[in-house]
Write a protein that binds this ligand. Structure first.
Ligand code: FAD
Length: 435
């Protein structure tokens, strides 16, 4: 039988939170041989958001080692040698297929066994596939999803071989918006398809979406709303040929990219740990219901103190911060100390074409628009506030300066009262700058 390996700490998952956990462990003085990062991917932890942005650009292309963590937050770049120097074992191309939390052991696809004293679950999410819903022909070649670097490499290859070809983007969320922009920048013919009345409906109001839809249309992206991809036909060589829409229309396609959402990777732990809202339930230190087991990043359902509610957040900023919080809590508890409870202000962002937006807080209650959301005018500076129970609880801003983004973040944190929505709309960023 194969030898067992034992570590004081194992981070399962070498994505964003796995990488930021490694850096925090090093900061806290982990000893050589104590920590292992186990990852299914073949590369050291990197800033995943790059995959839908500069990784796909024809110019100014991002490639590893350029975007290993922690460059995305202005930190040092952890290349594979960094892990070696710190005595952190980076166990790559290794998928864990079985986790037994009671015996504190993980088993890989090739039968290796890893034992731990403390486990940090950092498995992230996987994409939802059209074949999960039985969409006909969804397994044709050149239908892509994007989660890991291998997926991005396949997409890059397809962009090269299908020059000037037709791309259909299925989904109007983050992936749909960032990928359709990246595909246009590569001179491909792009059509987006989504069922909702406007793009990114989970965050955008109709007024916000109007800007982006107009801007994308001006860039040559065709947008088809109110219907879904119901099936695909393929050529004799197995490559996708057409997308059949539910409303009866048929779109020719050389490449299809599907971005219809993700699902947290918790299956390994089913029945072994408390779950909530689709994720692994934690406290404000990312401790799960099982002693010595922590969960961070996309998989964690944690108390969002600001809103007095358990939430799961699938964004990179939280992946970074939750990992740091968990490691600080682990190290503090070893010394009989405590750290402060996680007090997170939700922060999401996206970039596409020459646009860049940031959002802070909660998008609940009434929304008001400020600034000029006409896609034809320049600069593209506009935003939105969300007001609930007379307080401003969320703020969105397109093309903000660093100072302006800081100001809207402060608004979302402080939650200042707002008497009149009209006044707020008129004041716009001036309101934020006074907080
Ligand atoms: P991940 O970073 O996904 O890491 C999980 C790791 O665990 C992966 O390496 C995976 O292979 C590994 N793993 C999983 N299961 C196993 C197993 N059984 N055995 C071994 N290894 C395993 N957020 C933003 O806020 N802004 C953005 O602009 C943005 N852009 C994005 C673009 C793309 C293309 C994607 C996919 C996501 C984007 N996100 C963005 C979301 C953000 O990247 C995630 O929220 C973040 O990566 C979550 O970190 P994580 O560590 O929880 O998971």
């Amino acid at each position: 039988s194969m030898a067992e390996k034992h570590f004081k700490y194992i981070a399962l998952g070498g994505g964003v939170s796995g990488g930021y956990a490694a850096r925090e462990f090093a900061k806290q003085g982990v000893q050589p041989g104590e920590l292992a990062i186990i990852s299914k991917e073949a590369v050291a932890p990197y800033e995943r958001p790059a995959l839908s942005k500069a990784y796909l650009f024809p110019e100014g292309t991002a490639r590893l080692p350029g975007f290993h963590v922690c460059v995305g937050s202005g930190g040092e770049r952890l290349v594979p040698d960094w892990y070696k120097e710190k005595g952190i074992e980076l166990i790559l191309s290794t998928e864990i297929v079985k986790a037994d939390l009671s015996s504190k052991s993980l088993t890989s696809a090739s039968g290796e066994i890893f034992k731990y004293d403390n486990l940090v679950i950092a498995t992230g999410s996987t994409v939802i596939k059209l074949s999960d819903f039985g969409v006909q022909g969804a397994d044709a070649k050149n239908i892509f999803y994007l989660r890991e670097i291998d997926d991005a490499d396949k997409l890059v290859e397809a962009i090269k071989t299908k020059k000037n070809g037709k791309v259909v983007l299925v989904g109007g969320g983050y992936i749909g918006l960032e990928l359709s922009a990246a595909m246009r920048v590569n001179d491909l013919d792009v059509t987006m398809v989504y069922p909702e009345p406007w793009c990114m409906p989970r965050l955008f109001t109709a007024d916000i979406a109007k800007f982006y839809e107009g801007y994308y249309t001006n860039k040559g992206v065709k947008i088809i709303k109110g219907t879904v991809a119901a099936g695909f036909s393929s050529h004799d060589n197995g490559e996708v040929k057409e997308v059949q829409l539910k409303d009866g229309r048929v779109l020719a396609a050389d490449i299809v990219v599907v971005g219809v959402g993700g699902r947290p990777l918790t299956a390994l732990f089913k029945g072994q740990v408390a779950e909530e809202k689709g994720g692994i339930k934690t406290d404000g230190f990312f401790k799960t219901s099982v002693p010595d087991v922590y969960a961070v990043g996309d998989v964690a359902t944690f108390p969002l103190k600001l809103y007095g509610e358990l939430r799961r957040v699938e964004h990179v900023d939280h992946a970074r911060k939750s990992a740091e919080q968990a490691v600080k809590a682990i190290k503090a508890s070893e010394e009989g100390k405590a750290v402060e409870e996680y007090d997170y202000l939700p922060y999401f962002y996206s970039r596409a074409f020459d646009l860049s937006w940031q959002f802070y807080g909660d998008n609940v209650g009434d929304a008001v628009l400020f600034g000029d959301n006409d896609p034809a005018s320049s600069p593209h500076k506009f935003g939105s506030y969300w007001i609930k129970d007379g307080k401003v609880v969320g703020a969105f801003l397109e093309s903000g300066t660093p100072e302006e983004n800081k100001a809207i973040a402060k608004v979302a944190r402080v939650q200042p009262p707002a008497d009149s929505l009209e006044q707020l709309s008129k004041e716009g960023l001036t309101f934020a700058s006074k907080i």
